[in-house]
Design a protein around this ligand. Structure first.
Ligand code: HH2
Length: 290
């Protein structure tokens, strides 16, 4: 299993950790901490030093009570200086940009980003797929419904008899959008979007039935870090304190076929996932040779 990025191929032969760098005033668990670019770059470097394989730089929160849609210029003002500085200070580092806007993605790719993490799965900006294809970017296609302001709510959380089947079908459409625009299959990673347009029971079902997501045929990323269902299951109300529950969710996801993990707490996940991988990796049913 591997992932083709503009500057080479990443072998997914151990758990891949994407460290979260939210350059936002309002993210649900860490908003406002990294208000300026210098703080964000230093934080990203720390995550890389703790064992992150890449960092995911985001300038717009999906938090339901967020401060309103972020204009494209403001999102660029938040994200681009971080991408540029990181690229110049850490030449080899893999950088992802978390955006649903093609203009932001294009500017970030020009500034040295390798991956576009689109939480709308190429739904919300019709120029996004072509933008990523033109740059041969890696893409993370996440399942969600609705717009940024409501995708992390239950506004679109009604499913049929087989919610996981509905997620698989909708995520498969995202992969088709990517292919239609000319993106290579090898550039695509899929993500079931835990907590996005999903009540906790559906988020849990999606993780339990992750082999059905993996059957789409692309590597699977899971982002359960600090999320609401983790708090409910572990009884930890404060999002930033949900590290142990997050690790538990991600180790379970690893056992069910996930290979990439978007996390806040990098060191804890590096240690836990490496240990879990040494035990599970060679014995997992999903072939690692794809
Ligand atoms: N979750 C969030 C944001 N981006 N991207 C992917 N691929 N998968 C996820 O599960 C995912 C994501 C939400 O988490 P966070 O960045 O911590 O919060 P916020 O959106 O409030 O900035």
């Amino acid at each position: 299993m591997h992932w083709r990025l503009p500057r080479g191929v990443v072998a997914l032969d151990r758990p891949f950790i994407l460290g979260i760098v939210n350059v936002t005033p309002d993210s649900f668990s860490d908003g406002g901490r990294l208000a300026d670019a210098e703080a964000a770059v230093a934080y990203a470097e720390r995550l890389l030093d703790e064992g992150a394989d890449a960092v995911d730089v985001g300038g717009e929160s999906t938090r339901p009570q967020n401060l309103g849609a972020v204009p494209v210029e403001e999102e660029m003002r938040r994200v681009l200086p971080v991408v540029r500085a990181l690229r110049s200070r850490r030449g080899g580092a893999l950088i992802s940009v978390d955006t649903v806007k093609a203009a932001v993605a294009r500017a970030a790719l020009d500034a040295g980003a390798d991956v576009v993490n689109d939480v709308s799965g190429l739904r919300l900006d019709t120029a996004m797929a072509a933008t990523c294809a033109a740059a041969h970017a890696g893409v993370i296609l996440m399942h969600s419904r609705g717009v940024v302001a409501d995708m992390a709510t239950f506004a679109h959380a009604d499913y049929g008899d087989d919610p996981v089947g509905d997620v698989v079908a909708e995520l498969s459409h995202a992969v088709e959008r990517a292919r239609a625009a000319g993106l290579a299959d090898e550039s695509i990673v899929v993500d079931p979007g835990v907590g996005f347009s999903k009540r906790s029971a559906v988020s849990i079902a999606v993780l339990a039935e992750l082999p059905r997501i993996a059957a789409i045929g692309r590597p699977v990323l899971v982002g359960a870090s600090r999320k609401r269902f983790v708090g409910e299951l572990s009884g930890v109300a404060t999002a930033a304190d949900r590290v142990h529950g997050s690790v538990g969710a991600h180790v379970a996801a690893l056992a069910r076929g996930a290979r990439l993990f978007r996390v806040h707490d990098v060191r804890a996940h590096r240690e836990a996932l490496d240990v879990a991988w040494a035990i599970l990796g060679p014995r997992l049913p999903i072939a690692d040779t794809a």
